[in-house]
Ligand binder design. Structure first.
Ligand code: ATP
Ligand code: LTN
Length: 334
C-alpha cells in the first residue's frame, strides 16, 4: 500500500527561531513521522512577511531554521525539506485561491484577530489572506495529513473548505487534507501567563523557552514559572501553570499524570520545577549540539536547500498546472 503523505511548515521568524512549544507541538513529531509517512516540511518565510521583519534577521534565521530542522532529526534524503519562497508555485497558487476565499470566512480566523490586535499599526492584506497561502502550501503537495499544533486547526478547516469548493466547481483537483493534532502537548502554554500559548513573539523573555537556550537559562525560566498558591503537584482544572509543567514533563519522559503525581507527592513546587527544567535541558542537548555542528557547515546546508527547492518545484508544479488549466489560464506555448 502507498504511504500516506504529510506536509507541514513553520515560520523562521521570531525571537530565537523555535520555541519549546513549536518543538513539542510540532517539530518533535515530524522526525518520528518519517518512518511511516512520505513527508514534506518547509520554512514558511513568506508567511513571516505578514508581520514586519528586519530583512537581515529574517534571512539569517531562515538558514538557521533550516539547520535546526535538520538538527531535530529531519532527514533531507528521506523527506522533502525546502524554503517556501524558493518555490514560486506557492505564491502563484495562493493568488488563485485568494479568488476563491471569501472575506467573511477570512475575517473569522482567530489568528487574524489576535495578530491584528497585536500589530494594530500594520494590519496588512497579507495578514488577512494568510490562510489562502497556507492552503496553497498544503494543496500543492496533495497532502493527506497536516501535523500542526491546536492553534492551526481553524486554518486547516479553511483549507479543506477551499479545496472542496474548488473541486465542486471544476472537478477533482485537490486532495482534501486532514489535520493531525498531537494528543499530548498540542498547546504548550506560556511559563508566565499559563492561560496563553507559549509564543515566540512574547515580549516577556521568561515566558518562552527557546530550543537553543543554554541549560542554565532553561533552568532559570522554569524556576520562575508562574504556578499557584497551593503546594500539591496534581493535574486539575484551574491549575494552569502546574498542568502545563506536567504536560511538558509528561511528553518528554513518557510518564502519565498519575506517575508524575506519585513521583512528586510530598515534594514542593520548587523540586518539581527543577526536575522539569532539567529534563527539558537534557532533551534539547542533542538538538543544540547537532545545530552547532550543522550551522558551521554552510556548503552542506546550501546543497540541501538547493536540492529541496528543485524537488519541491517539480512536485508542486504538477498540481499548479492542473489548477491553472481548471480555471482557464492559457498555457504558455512551448
Ligand atoms: P507565533 O507564536 O509568533 O504566532 P508560532 O510559535 O505559533 O508563532 P508558527 O510557525 O506559527 O510559530 O508555528 C509552528 C508550529 O508550531 C505550528 O504547527 C503550531 O501549531 C505549533 N505551535 C506553536 N506554538 C505552539 C505551542 N505553544 N504549543 C504547541 N504547538 C505550538
Ligand atoms: N501557519 C502555520 C505555518 C504554516 C503551515 C503551512 C503549517 C504555513 N503554511 C502549511 C502547515 C501547513 C503555523 O504554524 N503558524
Amino acid at each position: 500500500m502507498e504511504k500516506k503523505s504529510i506536509l507541514s511548515g513553520i515560520q523562521p521568524s521570531g525571537e530565537g527561531i523555535f520555541t519549546l512549544g513549536n518543538y513539542i507541538g510540532a517539530i518533535r513529531n515530524w522526525g518520528v513521522m518519517q518512518e511511516e509517512y512520505d513527508c514534506a516540511y518547509f520554512i514558511a518565510d513568506l508567511h513571516s512577511l505578514t508581520v514586519r521583519q528586519d530583512p537581515q534577521t529574517l534571512k539569517k534565521q531562515s538558514l538557521s531554521a533550516f539547520a535546526l530542522l535538520l538538527a531535530c532529526g529531519i532527514d533531507p534524503d528521506r523527506s522533502l525539506l525546502f524554503v517556501q519562497s524558493h518555490v514560486r508555485t506557492h505564491a502563484e497558487l495562493a493568488w488563485i485561491l485568494n479568488c476563491y476565499s471569501q472575506m467573511g470566512e477570512l475575517s473569522r480566523m482567530t489568528q487574524f484577530k489576535d495578530k491584528s490586535a497585536q500589530h494594530a499599526d500594520n494590519i496588512n492584506a497579507g495578514l488577512f489572506t494568510y490562510p489562502a497561502l497556507m492552503a496553497a502550501d498544503i494543496l500543492l503537495y496533495q497532502a493527506d495529513l497536516v501535523p500542526v499544533g491546536a492553534d492551526q486547526k481553524q486554518h486547516l478547516e479553511f483549507t479543506r473548505d477551499v479545496a472542496v469548493r474548488f473541486n465542486n466547481l471544476y472537478g477533482e483537483t485537490f486532495k482534501v487534507p486532514d489535520a493531525y493534532i498531537p494528543k499530548a502537548g498540542a498547546k504548550v502554554m506560556s511559563l508566565q501567563e499559563p492561560t496563553k500559548k507559549m509564543s515566540k513573539s512574547d515580549e516577556n523573555k521568561n515566558a518562552t523557552v527557546l530550543l537553543l537556550d543554554e541549560p542554565a537559562v532553561i533552568m532559570n525560566k522554569f524556576k520562575r514559572a508562574v504556578t499557584d498558591s497551593e503546594k500539591e503537584v496534581v493535574f486539575r482544572e484551574g491549575k494552569d501553570g502546574i498542568n502545563n509543567l506536567m504536560t511538558i514533563y509528561g511528553v518528554l519522559t513518557g510518564k502519565t499524570n498519575e506517575e508524575i503525581e506519585a513521583e512528586f507527592a510530598g515534594k514542593g513546587y520548587g523540586d518539581f520545577k527543577a526536575a522539569v527544567g532539567e529534563c527539558v535541558a537534557e532533551a534539547l542537548r542533542p538538538v543544540r549540539e547537532e545545530y552547532a555542528r550543522l550551522i558551521a557547515d554552510k556548503a552542506y546546508l546550501e546543497t540541501k536547500i538547493k536540492e529541496g527547492a528543485q524537488k519541491a518545484e517539480a512536485v508542486s508544479w504538477k498540481t499548479l498546472r492542473k489548477a491553472r488549466k481548471r480555471v482557464g489560464l492559457l498555457e504558455l506555448p512551448r
